[in-house]
Design a protein around this ligand. Structure first.
Ligand code: AMP
Ligand code: ZN
Length: 112
Protein backbone atom coordinates (compact mmCIF):
# COMPACT_ATOMS: atom_id res chain seq x y z
CA UNK A 1 0.00 0.00 0.00
CA UNK A 2 1.33 3.42 -0.83
CA UNK A 3 0.27 6.82 0.47
CA UNK A 4 -0.27 8.36 -2.96
CA UNK A 5 -3.50 10.40 -3.01
CA UNK A 6 -4.54 9.27 -6.47
CA UNK A 7 -3.73 5.61 -5.74
CA UNK A 8 -6.09 5.92 -2.77
CA UNK A 9 -8.77 7.03 -5.23
CA UNK A 10 -8.05 4.07 -7.50
CA UNK A 11 -8.40 1.74 -4.48
CA UNK A 12 -11.65 3.46 -3.42
CA UNK A 13 -10.27 4.70 -0.09
CA UNK A 14 -10.96 8.30 -1.16
CA UNK A 15 -13.97 8.91 -3.37
CA UNK A 16 -13.49 11.57 -6.02
CA UNK A 17 -16.29 12.83 -8.28
CA UNK A 18 -15.72 10.20 -10.97
CA UNK A 19 -16.72 11.03 -14.55
CA UNK A 20 -15.21 7.99 -16.32
CA UNK A 21 -13.52 4.72 -15.46
CA UNK A 22 -12.29 1.67 -17.33
CA UNK A 23 -9.71 -1.05 -16.66
CA UNK A 24 -6.80 1.30 -17.31
CA UNK A 25 -7.78 4.83 -16.31
CA UNK A 26 -9.86 6.83 -13.86
CA UNK A 27 -11.17 10.36 -14.56
CA UNK A 28 -12.65 12.71 -11.98
CA UNK A 29 -13.46 16.38 -11.48
CA UNK A 30 -10.62 18.48 -10.10
CA UNK A 31 -11.37 19.61 -6.54
CA UNK A 32 -10.13 23.14 -7.34
CA UNK A 33 -11.36 23.73 -10.89
CA UNK A 34 -9.54 26.29 -13.04
CA UNK A 35 -12.21 26.28 -15.76
CA UNK A 36 -15.90 25.31 -16.11
CA UNK A 37 -14.66 21.84 -17.15
CA UNK A 38 -11.59 20.64 -15.26
CA UNK A 39 -11.16 16.89 -15.24
CA UNK A 40 -8.10 14.87 -14.27
CA UNK A 41 -7.42 11.63 -16.15
CA UNK A 42 -5.03 9.24 -14.40
CA UNK A 43 -3.63 5.81 -15.17
CA UNK A 44 -4.78 3.32 -12.52
CA UNK A 45 -1.20 2.08 -12.18
CA UNK A 46 1.05 4.36 -10.18
CA UNK A 47 3.37 6.33 -12.44
CA UNK A 48 4.92 9.29 -10.61
CA UNK A 49 5.63 11.71 -13.47
CA UNK A 50 5.85 11.93 -17.24
CA UNK A 51 9.53 11.02 -16.85
CA UNK A 52 8.51 7.55 -15.62
CA UNK A 53 5.91 6.92 -18.34
CA UNK A 54 7.08 3.58 -19.77
CA UNK A 55 3.89 2.27 -21.37
CA UNK A 56 2.75 3.79 -24.67
CA UNK A 57 -0.51 1.85 -24.57
CA UNK A 58 -1.39 3.21 -21.13
CA UNK A 59 -0.42 6.72 -22.19
CA UNK A 60 -2.72 6.29 -25.17
CA UNK A 61 -5.56 5.19 -22.91
CA UNK A 62 -5.16 8.39 -20.89
CA UNK A 63 -5.24 10.51 -24.07
CA UNK A 64 -8.17 8.61 -25.55
CA UNK A 65 -10.20 8.98 -22.37
CA UNK A 66 -9.55 12.74 -22.36
CA UNK A 67 -10.72 13.11 -25.97
CA UNK A 68 -13.84 11.02 -25.34
CA UNK A 69 -14.63 13.11 -22.24
CA UNK A 70 -14.12 16.36 -24.16
CA UNK A 71 -16.76 15.16 -26.62
CA UNK A 72 -19.10 13.90 -23.92
CA UNK A 73 -18.80 17.16 -21.96
CA UNK A 74 -19.44 19.21 -25.12
CA UNK A 75 -16.18 21.13 -25.19
CA UNK A 76 -14.62 19.37 -28.19
CA UNK A 77 -15.90 21.74 -30.88
CA UNK A 78 -15.09 25.00 -29.07
CA UNK A 79 -11.79 23.50 -27.95
CA UNK A 80 -9.96 22.68 -24.78
CA UNK A 81 -6.51 22.36 -23.24
CA UNK A 82 -4.74 19.23 -22.03
CA UNK A 83 -1.76 19.54 -19.69
CA UNK A 84 0.67 17.20 -17.97
CA UNK A 85 2.63 19.09 -15.33
CA UNK A 86 6.02 17.50 -14.63
CA UNK A 87 8.16 18.08 -11.54
CA UNK A 88 8.92 21.45 -10.00
CA UNK A 89 9.19 23.68 -13.04
CA UNK A 90 6.06 22.12 -14.49
CA UNK A 91 4.15 22.94 -11.32
CA UNK A 92 3.39 19.32 -10.40
CA UNK A 93 1.82 18.99 -6.94
CA UNK A 94 0.53 15.40 -6.98
CA UNK A 95 3.14 12.81 -7.92
CA UNK A 96 0.86 10.39 -9.73
CA UNK A 97 0.67 11.07 -13.46
CA UNK A 98 -2.47 12.99 -14.44
CA UNK A 99 -3.72 14.76 -17.51
CA UNK A 100 -5.63 17.99 -16.91
CA UNK A 101 -8.57 18.44 -19.31
CA UNK A 102 -9.65 22.09 -19.21
CA UNK A 103 -12.42 23.73 -21.17
CA UNK A 104 -15.55 25.85 -21.20
CA UNK A 105 -13.71 29.18 -21.43
CA UNK A 106 -11.02 30.85 -23.50
CA UNK A 107 -7.54 29.74 -22.41
CA UNK A 108 -4.61 32.17 -22.30
CA UNK A 109 -1.37 31.53 -24.17
CA UNK A 110 1.44 31.47 -23.23
CA UNK A 111 0.71 29.92 -19.82
CA UNK A 112 2.20 31.54 -16.72
P1 AMP B 1 -0.71 19.21 -10.51
O1 AMP B 1 -0.31 20.58 -10.03
O2 AMP B 1 -0.59 19.05 -12.00
O3 AMP B 1 -0.01 18.11 -9.74
O4 AMP B 1 -2.26 19.11 -10.24
C1 AMP B 1 -2.81 18.44 -9.15
C2 AMP B 1 -4.28 18.67 -9.21
O5 AMP B 1 -4.92 17.78 -8.32
C3 AMP B 1 -4.70 20.10 -8.81
O6 AMP B 1 -5.40 20.72 -9.88
C4 AMP B 1 -5.59 19.86 -7.59
O7 AMP B 1 -6.67 20.76 -7.52
C5 AMP B 1 -6.04 18.42 -7.81
N1 AMP B 1 -6.44 17.73 -6.59
C6 AMP B 1 -5.76 17.66 -5.42
N2 AMP B 1 -6.45 16.91 -4.53
C7 AMP B 1 -7.59 16.51 -5.15
C8 AMP B 1 -8.70 15.73 -4.77
N3 AMP B 1 -8.81 15.19 -3.52
N4 AMP B 1 -9.69 15.53 -5.66
C9 AMP B 1 -9.62 16.05 -6.90
N5 AMP B 1 -8.58 16.80 -7.33
C10 AMP B 1 -7.58 17.02 -6.47
ZN1 ZN C 1 -0.29 6.83 -7.20
Amino acid sequence: MNDCLFCKMVRGEIKPDIVFENDHVLAFNDINPQAPVHVLVIPKRHIATMNELDDAYLGGEVLKAAVNLAKKLNIADDGYRTVFNCNQHGGQAVYHLHLHLLGGRQMAWPPG
